[in-house]
Structures are given as C-alpha cells and as structure tokens.
Design a binder for this molecule. Structure first.
Ligand code: SF4
Length: 212
C-alpha cells in the first residue's frame, strides 16, 4: 500500500518531471530503488563507456557493482593505482558516453543545484560526456533555488565533509561557516537551468530517501 510519503513523492515527481521537460532535460520517476536501478541500466546501451562521480546515492544503489557485472567500458577511478592514473581517469571521464552522478538538490521547477570541491563532477555535468544521468532520491527535492543553496551548504556539504573526514567549520558548528579552508569542499556551486543539447541530461528520480 502506498504510504503518505510515497503519495507525496508521486505528486511532487509529476510536477518536477514536467518542469524538467521545459528545460530539455528528460526525467523519469521510479517509485522504488529496484525500479530506479532498472531504469538507469535500461538507459545505457551495451558497450558504452561509462564513468561516475563520487556519490552516496550511487553507492547505496550499488550501481558501480551492477555496472561491473554488465558489458560496458568502465572508467572506475576506485581501481586506479596511482594519483597520476586517477588524474587521467578524471580527464578521460569527460569524453565518456554516459556519466552518472547524483545532485545535491533539485528544485520543484526543475533546476539541478550542485557543489563540488575540485569540480570534476560538475565539469562533466556542464560539458563533455555525451550523456549525463542524474540519479536522485526524492529527499533532494526543495521548493526553490534559495532553499537549494541552503540545503547544499547546511546539509549536503557538512555531511559529506564528515564522510570525507575534512577539517571544516561545518563539521564543528553543524552549519556552513562560509569557509575558505584547505579542506573546503565547496569550491564551486553550479545551477543547471537547462540543457542546450536537448535531453543530453537525464534525471532518474527515485521515491525513496537516498544520499545526503
Ligand atoms: S564550512 Fe566550508 S566546507 Fe563546510 S559547507 Fe561551508 S563552505 Fe562548505
């Protein structure tokens, strides 16, 4: 039976999917993790080159492991053996067929809001890979751009800073201190309003809570 949360997600998702369409971003809503994983795998043709950015959502869905079971050409930087190899993979990922990532926040009117320390993940979202698939739980939906910026700086980034064991003010204060510290993971903030290449960006929304 559908829970009130699921019913709410369904209603919100219908609104967001339509909003993405206006922005030439193709969006899908999947009620469960299993359906979400199936949709992502359906979207990627066999033998494609595939890479992905650091993401708890992808980890929770075990998408890297599932991709390793399929017949794809994977650029998986966790398998790199040296800093030089990691750096090369970052660059090679920018010309892959499919790049997978999540989004730190998504507005009800269909904008993707992301922060990045180094910038490799948002670089791929902006330009390079032929296709980008954004996979996100409905917990990432916020009302508008202002709420998205508050979310990324006061929830997504601090929890990620803890995960990455970074020494930043937000891990001490529990909220953003607008730092410029060496460990700052908020070097860049990106708002994606539309895709100039129609449907290069695809979004798979999942009716569950995933990632931060
Ligand atoms: S304190 Fe620094 S690292 Fe933490 S959220 Fe703010 S800008 Fe980002």
């Amino acid at each position: 039976m559908s829970t009130p949360t699921k019913q709410f997600y369904q209603v919100q998702a219908e609104k967001v999917v339509k909003a993405f369409e206006k922005r030439k971003i193709k969006a899908y809503y999947c009620a469960t993790k299993e359906e979400g994983i199936q949709k992502v795998l359906e979207l990627i043709p066999k033998e494609s080159s595939v890479s992905w950015g650091g993401s708890m959502t992808l980890q929770e869905l075990q998408l890297p492991q599932k991709l390793h079971q399929g017949s794809y050409h994977l650029l998986d930087r966790s398998l790199a053996k040296s800093p030089e190899e990691i750096e090369k993979m970052y660059h090679d990922a920018l010309s892959c067929d499919y790049y997978l990532m999540s989004s730190n926040a998504i507005t009800l009117d269909g904008k993707l809001v992301n922060i990045d320390g180094t910038g490799n993940r948002i670089a791929a979202l902006i330009y390079g890979p032929k296709n980008v698939i954004v996979i996100a739980g409905m917990n990432k939906i916020v009302t508008d751009e202002a709420a998205a910026l508050l979310r990324v700086r006061n929830q997504a980034a601090p929890i990620n800073a803890f995960r990455l064991q970074q020494n930043t003010p937000c891990t001490v204060m529990g909220q953003c201190g607008d730092c410029l510290s060496e460990d700052c993971i908020c070097g860049h903030t990106l708002i994606t309003r539309m895709s100039r290449i129609p449907y290069r960006i695809k979004v798979v929304l999942i009716g569950e809570s995933l990632g931060y």
